[in-house]
Design a protein around this ligand. Structure first.
Ligand SMILES: Nc1ncnc2c1ncn2[C@@H]1O[C@H](COP(=O)(O)OP(=O)(O)OP(=O)(O)O)[C@@H](O)[C@H]1O
Length: 626
């Protein structure tokens, strides 16, 4: 385990990459140290070459005396030219390795997280910041400036930033020590000038990060607008409502705000860095002039003087820009580590990644006085709800939008445990069941069911991951949901790739996708089948066919139907009517109609809708006859 629950600090910027791969970490550390030593080496090589060349010119030395320094200069040049290309290749391999080591671990951690963290906007954003490759809900676009990075890249960048700091320290020490050995007081001046420059650079870098964060929020909103204007899903509405121009104006405004923020940061950065740079250049120019005196006094050689000139201007650039940049990056990564700490502290569900237990059975599921609020909210969604689900019977939950029907199913499948009251499976609290048992108990199709871009057979077989179901069973399931004709028309039958991800992929209609999802739960071995709005996307003929096949689909199984189409409730043995967080009525269709309560009102209002139309036709027909 590389990423574990703990408080992550600065040291982890080095420790985590080392844990992933000591080999790549060492290779890159050597590269950065070598890069840091090159300028110092270059001073000696250049000085030696110039001094020896002058001596050769004056006839004081033979040509061979410059060979070593030329070899050194050529070596440094070859190193500078080749090292980056070579390291790009190594980095490519390193990247793949880091991905292979870190991504599965993060995916597993995500799978173990308690569901409430995925639905809660705050924790969902935290998850996205740490694992940006995970496409969670709650708005697209970047949240943080580091968010565009994949998790594994963030981990690696932390390390290279620290190596960058190490490189700068070695480089700075190398040069100042070299200068100290030549003219000690110049080294003192360099240190005295550098301290405030490093301090201001560091401070500006930290501030920049704050501005980038602000900018990212606006960019995120702009990205969302751009997504709305360009996404495939919105094509029809875009044409019909003609909102692109208005959105585009809004998009432009957001981009402008984002650009202004960036420019502000950039301008301040440039001014601060340039001012610092100017101060450094002025100081260094002064020292250079003083150095001329040292050359005249023969305190230093001409070669050393020329080599130092180049190096000191390089140093002024590094001081004004690199420190600033590194400070900004380190602040960013410290924020990432803080997020990583919070992420690892998110509660996990025990045995969350286990597979559904096979052959689960039950006689009775009972809600006893259950009350529930979504975590972090105050609204009581269920308020003392009690009901029973008996094995082999069919149930319907009915109620207005937001009544809490889907919420009940989320509690049955164990997504939330923070309810009051009891949910019992044959007298045993659902909280005491293992995840494997809960998973083995029920199969669900929600309104926003998944559309897997896989073969049709795999879309079904996924409900029974150990594949105890056969092709014949898949075909039977397809027949039960009324998809057989559509499958016959597919070129590769059950093996046809669904969705547009592959070259040969076939895009099927919304209603057909819904039936595939229904077939999936037919394939599942779970004794309780929950269908949340199962026929919403079906045409009336398909819907009545599905209801017709319902007996077979649910044979020997217990079903819960949630539907606003009240015709379906006639199939239920018991209908539970929810209102204001409570079950206000229960019974079969005829009993509830006789009760003349909420259910009867809802049913009649739907019937009225059709009836007024029928009546109108009848009246018009009669009038025409007359
Ligand atoms: N993750 C969540 N966090 C906070 N509140 C939520 C969450 N999910 C649902 N709710 C709220 O809980 C209430 C009940 O939602 P639920 O989805 O159970 O209703 P429903 O009866 O299934 O509605 P519909 O018929 O529209 O599907 C709604 O007011 C909804 O806003």
């Amino acid at each position: 385990m590389i990423i574990e629950k703990k408080k992550y600090g600065f040291l982890d910027m080095v420790l985590i990459p080392f844990k992933v791969s000591p080999m790549y970490s060492i290779i890159f550390a050597i590269k950065y140290i070598a890069d840091a030593l090159m300028p110092t080496l270059s001073i000696f090589a250049t000085a030696s070459f110039i001094n020896n060349a002058i001596m050769v010119y004056n006839g004081e030395a033979s040509l061979s005396s410059v060979y070593l320094s030329i070899a050194l200069i050529v070596g440094i040049m070859i190193y500078s030219t080749l090292i980056n290309s070579l390291m790009s290749f190594v980095d490519c391999k390193r990247n793949i390795y880091f991905r292979r080591r870190l991504v599965p671990e993060m995916l597993e951690k995500l799978a173990r997280l308690e569901y409430r963290h995925i639905e809660n906007p705050e924790t969902a954003q935290l998850i996205r910041r740490v694992c940006p490759n995970i496409n969670f809900v709650y708005g697209g676009g970047m949240i943080n400036s580091y968010e565009h990075q994949f998790f594994q890249n963030n981990v690696w960048e932390m390390y290279t930033n620290v190596l960058g700091v190490l490189e700068f320290i070695i480089y700075f020490l190398g040069i100042t020590i070299t200068i100290f050995t030549q003219v000690w007081w110049i080294a003192i001046i360099i240190v005295l000038v550098s301290v405030p420059v490093i301090y201001f650079g560091n401070r500006a870098g930290g501030k920049n990060y704050g501005i980038y964060m602000e900018k990212s929020k606006v960019t995120r909103q702009a990205n969302y607008l751009s997504e709305v204007m360009m996404s495939r899903e919105g094509t029809e509405e875009r044409n019909i409502f003609g909102y692109v121009e208005q959105l585009n104006t809004e998009y432009g405004k957001k981009l402008k705000v984002s650009a202004v923020l960036w420019l502000k940061a950039f301008a301040r950065n440039t001014i601060e860095a340039r001012l610092c740079g100017m101060v450094v250049i002025l100081c260094f120019t002064g020292t250079m002039l003083a150095l001329v005196q040292s050359v005249t006094n023969a305190t230093i050689t001409i070669g050393m003087f020329i080599a130092l000139m180049g190096t000191m201007f390089g140093l002024s650039n590094k001081l004004s820009w690199d420190v600033n940049d590194l400070a900004s990056k380190i602040t960013e990564k410290r924020k990432f580590l803080k997020d990583l700490t919070k992420f690892t502290e998110l509660e996990e569900q025990e045995d969350a990644t286990s597979k559904p237990k096979k052959n689960m059975t039950f006689n009775k599921i009972e809600f006893k006085d259950v009350s529930f609020k979504y975590p972090g909210t105050d609204k009581l969604i269920l308020d003392g709800v009690s009901f029973v689900i008996e094995n082999g019977k069919h149930y319907s939950f009915v109620g207005v939008n937001g009544a809490g029907k889907t919420t009940i199913t989320k509690l049955i499948i164990g997504l939330y445990t923070n309810y009051e009251g009891e949910i019992l499976v044959d007298g045993k609290s659902i909280r005491d069941l293992t995840q494997a048992e809960i998973k083995g108990l029920s199969a669900v199709v929600y309104q926003d069911f998944a559309k897997y871009n896989m073969s049709l057979y795999d879309n079904l077989a996924i409900a029974d991951i150990d594949n105890s179901n056969t092709y014949e069973q898949a075909e039977k399931a397809i027949e039960l949901v009324g998809l057989s004709d559509a499958v016959t028309n597919l070129e590769n039958g059950m093996d046809t790739l669904l969705g547009k991800i592959g070259k040969d992929g076939v895009d099927i209609s919304g209603g057909e996708w819904q039936r595939v999802a229904m077939a999936r739960i037919v394939m599942s071995n779970a004794p309780l089948k929950i269908l949340d709005e199962p026929t919403a996307a079906l045409d009336p003929i398909s819907e009545s066919a599905v209801y017709h096949n319902f007996e077979q689909i649910s044979k020997g199984k217990t079903t819960i139907f949630i539907s606003h189409r009240l015709g379906s409730t006639k199939l239920a043995d018991i209908i539970y009517v929810l209102a204001n967080g409570k079950i206000v009525e229960s019974g079969c269709h005829s009993a509830l109609m006789a009760e003349n309560g909420l259910y009867c009102d809802m049913f009649n209002s739907q019937v009225e809708w059709y009836r007024s139309d029928v009546d109108e036709k009848e009246v018009t027909g009669d009038a025409q006859k007359e």
